[in-house]
Structure formats: structure tokens, C-alpha cells
Design a protein around this ligand. Structure first.
Ligand code: ZN
Length: 280
């Protein structure tokens, strides 16, 4: 099942839908949000399978919202070997955790503002993990039981702020710098989260091309590691790190500019597309 949060173009009311090929079946009556859907568990999933396809919208009739509204977003830095190396760093010996605040959430197809405070704004294609149930001190063996689903995420980064501050809070946390979607794909559709082709595509040109099998710390280990310290709640998002090919470490660097379109493409999960626009 592929869950999307959206509005119709004629109403401001947020709705929940199920992406079925090229239509969105409205399941707002079953649960009003992705987070509520997750919390309602098997009953909601069962009801959605029997949802009335008559209440469907064409994709061009909707405006996407962020695919889930989590309580928190935990991100992992340098989690692909070749990305750590391209940045001149040793691969980390344990997961390098940071956070993106909820002000950074953004939607599929939405414009991302190139805030004037930064001159070095970069892209990072990442697999997002969405938690399905409260997780505290879980074992690596049980960790995937706590996953609800997966999505695409762009960990947009203001490199000048990130590197100057030392702490990554500001450089990674600007308003709108966490596009997430278009859909949350439930885990039953993903046989192995460590065997997914992942690409970052800038204006049609492939800049990042890897596979989630190249993560240094896999999804199960990350959940195990995080939950030794921090309880994960339903709907919480883990951004699992980006592969090599980001803009700032290219020669010459490729930084985002007005009019650029960046896509995060993950096998069996979807394509997250955003345009980047100068601050007015
Ligand atoms: Zn990242």
C-alpha cells in the first residue's frame, strides 16, 4: 500500500489517500492522516484494502503534502562508504546522528526556497524509514518489526552553514529542507530494504547512483542503535544517509540554483521531485 497526504485543488482540507497506479483513492474516512492510519494498525489496513475506488482523484487534481507528519526526524550522516570518502572523512565507527526539525518538512512537487542565508545549498537522496510502533531498546533481530514503511527523502543541506557551525542543526534544518514522499510504501511491498537502487537526479542528469546494500549501518542496526538511547514513536522518520555524488564535493562543485529540479528515485518506492527557487 502507498499512502499519500494531499489536498484537492479546490479545498484546503488535508486528506489521506492510497496511491493506486495513476489515481489516489481517498481513505480520509478510514484515517485522516498517515500518522492516525499507522496508530490504528491492522484495522485501518484492512479497511483500506476494501476502500471504495469511486472516491478517487487523478494525480494532476491533487497537491501533495509531506507523506507523514512525524514527531521527530532523525538523520544519519556519512552512512555510505563512498560518500564518507568523497567528503574526506573516515567511515564512521558508529552511526553519526543528527536531527532535522519539523519546520524542514516539505512535500513532493513543492518548491524548496533557496534561503538567502546560504550560498551553498546541496541535495542528498536518501531512503526514509517510517516507524510503525513505539520502539525502545529493540534488538537488531527484531528491529524491522518496528518499521511501518519507506519513502524518499531529500536531506537538503546548506553546506556553508553546516561546515561553519560544526553542529549540523542549522545547515540541515532550514525551513522546507526536508522533502518527504510522494508516498509511504508499506513494508509488505519491500522485500529487502537493503536491496534498493537509489538515485539522485538533477535536471535529468544522474548525480547519485547507488544501492541501499551499500549502507555502512543497515536499517535494522540503525533502529537498534537509536532506540538504545531514544524512544522512537509511530510515524517517526529516520533519514538513512546519502550515497556519493552530492554537489559540494564535485569538481567543480554543483550547487542548487533557481529553477533546478532534483529527484530522489528509489526502486519500488517512488520518485520525489522538487523545484528549487530563489528567495523573493
Ligand atoms: Zn543526509
Amino acid at each position: 500500500m502507498k499512502l499519500v497526504q494531499f489536498k484537492t485543488k479546490t479545498s484546503d482540507e488535508a486528506r489521506l489517500g492510497m496511491l493506486n497506479n495513476d489515481v489516489i483513492v481517498d481513505i480520509t474516512e478510514i484515517a485522516p492522516t498517515t500518522l492516525e492510519f499507522i496508530k490504528r494498525g491492522a484495522a485501518a489496513a484492512h479497511a483500506a484494502k476494501n476502500a471504495n475506488a469511486k472516491t478517487a482523484f487523478a494525480l494532476d487534481a491533487v497537491e501533495y503534502l509531506p507523506a507523514v507528519n512525524p514527531g521527530k526526524i532523525i538523520a544519519i550522516g556519512r552512512n555510505y562508504y563512498d560518500h564518507a570518502i568523497e567528503g574526506g572523512d573516515e567511515p564512521p565507527k558508529s552511526p553519526l546522528m543528527f536531527t532535522k526539525f519539523l519546520n524542514s518538512l516539505n512535500a513532493h512537487n513543492a518548491n524548496v526556497t533557496l534561503h538567502a542565508i546560504s550560498e551553498k545549498i546541496d541535495f542528498e537522496a536518501e531512503l526514509a524509514v517510517v516507524i510503525g510502533k513505539k520502539a525502545s531498546k529493540v534488538s537488531e533481530a527484531d528491529a524491522l518489526d518496528y518499521v511501518f514503511g519507506y519513502s524518499c527523502l531529500n536531506d537538503v543541506s546548506a553546506r556553508d552553514l553546516q561546515f561553519a557551525d560544526g553542529q549540523w542543526v542549522r545547515g540541515k534544518g532550514l525551513d522546507g529542507f526536508c522533502p518527504l514522499g510522494p508516498a509511504i510504501v508499506t513494508k509488505d511491498e519491500i522485500a529487502d530494504p537493503q536491496a534498493l537502487k537509489i538515485e539522485g537526479v538533477l535536471n535529468g542528469q544522474v548525480m547519485q547512483s547507488s544501492n541501499t546494500n551499500k549502507m555502512i549501518f543497515n536499517v535494522a542496526y540503525l533502529i537498534h542503535y537509536i532506540t538504545q538511547a531514544i524512544t522512537l514513536e509511530p510515524g517517526d522518520v529516520i533519514a538513512t544517509g546519502t550515497p556519493e555524488g552530492v554537489g559540494v564535493f564535485r569538481n567543480p562543485p554543483v550547487l542548487l540554483k533557481d529553477g533546478d529540479v532534483f529527484e530522489v528515485v528509489i526502486e519500488n518506492i517512488g520518485t520525489l521531485r522538487n523545484s528549487f527557487v530563489s528567495a523573493q
